[in-house]
Write a protein that binds this ligand. Structure first.
Ligand SMILES: Cc1cc2nc3c(=O)[nH]c(=O)nc-3n(C[C@H](O)[C@H](O)[C@H](O)COP(=O)(O)OP(=O)(O)OC[C@H]3O[C@@H](n4cnc5c(N)ncnc54)[C@H](O)[C@@H]3O)c2cc1C
Length: 380
């Protein structure tokens, strides 16, 4: 049996590929194991904020993207602007498939081996082996669990962790558009909101629509739903959104789960990153950004992943809480809604950039700085 690589990464999503690149850049030998037969992503968009963009730059990864000019909060039922908050440079709107392609191409240029069609079905004692679906047992030096919120690595590290249904469901869809403003719009309404922003050359609109609901729907990303259900949920919205939803031909629906921050991210030789460690609700558009930060920083802490977790946990916990708070703010109704919107309209007139300044701690952080500099840090 040949010696295992320094690092085995489980999962070739955003977190896994980014981590593989970061480790290889530090001189470690890396292998990625992915269950899918090909590297593809669901048809959907992502907002990459400056904190995630700094990691992409450090990785040498430049996905096709559109620069965003603003985050625009709109009263969804009346179709009226509430506040348009300009964003500085570094806020990008990216198709997931384009990001995965850019990461994969950078990984290939570094000679990283990605084993496709290899599903890990068991993690052995001490995380020193993984068992693949075909029965192959592979030895591992250090295992990065980047296999997402429902992955086997998460079950290995925190076996008794159970997520909670938030009482919210989300649809996603892409529709063709012309002349879309290069901004992320949040159309707010009682018990629901809809986020949309353009992708690629501005001719595709990414839509994520969230509705509060009692009944449970599955958590996965691939459950097709009838577009009429989406249209019905937003039938009380103003004409532009109804017109946008009229063009939806395909949509997927899933239940949003609150995973909280799990008790630990490392067990034995296995360390979780990205959604495997801390899936976030999508209301702050930070899941992939945090995954990129994890990927870069963990590669600098191989000698002590528990110390990495200790330093990283407060920031991640704060980001997750901030995402949760946004859901409540977007879904206000009655007097609370009128008062909140009036306050934001006032701020829009005097200092439209003010609300986003409250997120300087998030967007302004540079995860690529102030890390242990020893390039041999990762060697066991
Ligand atoms: C509606 C919505 C909108 C979002 N918008 C944004 C946004 O605008 N900005 C942002 O930053 N984030 C956003 N996010 C969050 C973001 O999508 C995720 O945080 C990010 O994609 C997590 O990536 P990951 O690599 O950790 O996990 P995943 O993308 O889940 O990747 C896991 C990989 O592991 C593989 N795998 C799983 N199990 C196994 C196994 N047993 N063996 C082998 N391979 C395995 C899978 O096939 C997959 O390729 C959004 C999320 C949602 C739901």
């Amino acid at each position: 049996m040949t010696d295992p690589p320094d690092v085995t990464v489980l999962g070739a999503g955003i977190a896994g590929l980014a981590c593989a690149i970061a480790c290889a850049s530090k001189g470690q030998s890396v292998e990625v194991i992915e269950q899918a037969p090909a590297l593809t992503e669901v048809g959907a968009g992502l907002q990459i904020a400056p904190n995630g963009g700094r990691v992409l730059d450090a990785l040498g990864v430049t996905p096709l993207s559109l620069n965003s000019e603003a985050v625009h909060l709109i009263d969804g039922t009346r179709g009226r602007s509430v506040i348009r908050m300009p964003v500085g440079p570094g806020f990008r709107m990216v198709h997931r498939a384009d990001l995965i392609e850019a990461l994969a191409s950078r990984a290939a240029s570094l000679g990283i081996r990605i084993r496709l069609n290899c599903q890990v079905v068991e993690i052995g004692a001490g995380a020193r082996t993984v068992v693949l679906r075909d029965g192959t047992v592979r030895s591992v030096n250090r295992l990065v669990g980047a296999d997402g919120a429902r992955g086997i690595a998460r079950a290995f590290v925190v076996p008794d962790h159970a997520p909670r249904f938030t009482g919210q469901v989300a649809w996603r869809a892409l529709v063709p558009v012309a002349d879309a403003p290069t901004e992320a719009q949040v159309h707010m309404g009682p018990g629901r909101h809809l986020v949309c922003y353009p992708l690629r050359d501005g001719t595709v609109m990414n839509i994520v629509a969230v509705e509060e609901r009692e009944d449970w729907v599955p958590a996965g990303w691939s459950h097709a739903d009838d577009p009429d259900n989406l249209r019905a949920a937003f039938a009380g919205y103003a004409r532009p959104i109804r017109a946008l939803l009229d063009r939806v031909e395909q949509t997927h629906l899933w239940g949003l789960m609150d995973h909280g921050v799990t008790a630990r991210w490392t067990r034995d030789a296995c360390t979780l990153i990205g959604d495997a460690a801390h899936p976030t609700l999508p209301f702050l558009a930070q899941g992939a950004n945090l995954a990129l930060e994890d990927a870069w920083t963990v590669a600098h802490y191989w000698a002590d992943p528990v110390e990495w977790e200790r330093r990283r946990r407060p920031r991640v916990t704060r980001a997750l809480a901030a995402a949760q708070g946004n859901a409540d703010r977007y879904h206000l109704s009655g007097t609370k809604r009128e008062v909140a919107h009036a306050g934001l309209r006032l701020i829009a007139r005097i200092a439209p950039g003010l609300p986003l300044r409250g997120y300087d701690w998030l967007y302004g952080a540079d995860a690529t700085r102030n890390l242990p500099s020893d390039s041999k840090n990762g060697k066991q």
